[in-house]
Design a protein around this ligand. Structure first.
Ligand SMILES: Cc1cn([C@H]2C[C@H](O)[C@@H](COP(=O)(O)OP(=O)(O)O[C@H]3O[C@@H](C)C(=O)[C@@H](O)[C@H]3O)O2)c(=O)[nH]c1=O
Length: 187
């Protein structure tokens, strides 16, 4: 099996762990394979966009989602490490408002599958952290929404102790995210 799917605390959110082939030259692995993704998840997804961002230690991006054009995301770090978080925003779902977080790093090569219907964000834990992710729908600025990263009602346990006393670095958009109680969510 080229990769294994590991469940998380949130239903439908999966950690994918690839098989790594190493030899004297270095390593090789299939970072994405549509057929194996289907075998492991039962999902027939179609990715239409790849994104790549670089972040400094302490950069916190999120928690983002798109209404009307929700995106499923397959996320991995190719340099450094992130704490990657998602929050279930499906109205009426038993896990509505619940979060899970996973460390993704260039070293562990883990990927996180975040289905449509979730807000997503990450905290960079090393300088020059590079994150790549595939999305199932296109960027749609008009539908972009931001959930407040530190909404006490959600209570994400960000590993801020890893920042050695510094505050997370956030954009104005992210500093002004909505509280869950006021956020637009998915029907
Ligand atoms: C997300 C995105 C941004 N942009 C542009 C808009 C803006 O000028 C610039 C930076 O955008 P942002 O500040 O929104 O980038 P960022 O904060 O990295 O946004 C991303 O955060 C993570 C957590 C996600 O889950 C993504 O879906 C996305 O929302 O890039 C695109 O052209 N296409 C895109 O798909």
């Amino acid at each position: 099996m080229p990769f294994i799917a590991i469940p998380t605390a949130l239903s439908d959110v999966l950690i994918l762990e690839p098989t790594i082939w190493t030899d004297e030259r270095g390593f090789f692995f299939e970072s994405y394979n549509e057929r194996d993704f289907f075998s492991a998840t039962g999902l027939n997804v179609h990715f239409v966009q790849d994104n790549h961002s670089r972040s400094k230690t302490g950069a916190l991006r999120g928690l983002h989602y798109q209404i009307l054009h929700p995106q499923g995301k397959l996320i991995r770090a190719v340099q450094g490490e992130v704490f990657d978080v998602c929050v279930n925003l499906k109205k009426g779902h038993p896990q509505f408002g619940m979060w899970t977080g996973v460390f993704l790093s260039a070293e562990n090569k883990r990927q996180l599958w975040v289905p449509p219907g979730f807000a997503h964000g990450f905290l960079a834990l090393s300088n020059e952290t590079e994150v790549l992710y595939k999305t199932t729908d296109y960027y749609s600025p008009a539908n972009e929404r931001c959930l407040l990263w530190n909404d006490p009602l959600i209570g994400v346990d960000w590993p801020l102790s890893r920042l050695n006393g510094s505050n997370p670095i956030l954009t104005n958009k992210d500093l002004n995210g909505s509280l869950l109680s006021q956020a637009e969510v998915f029907d």
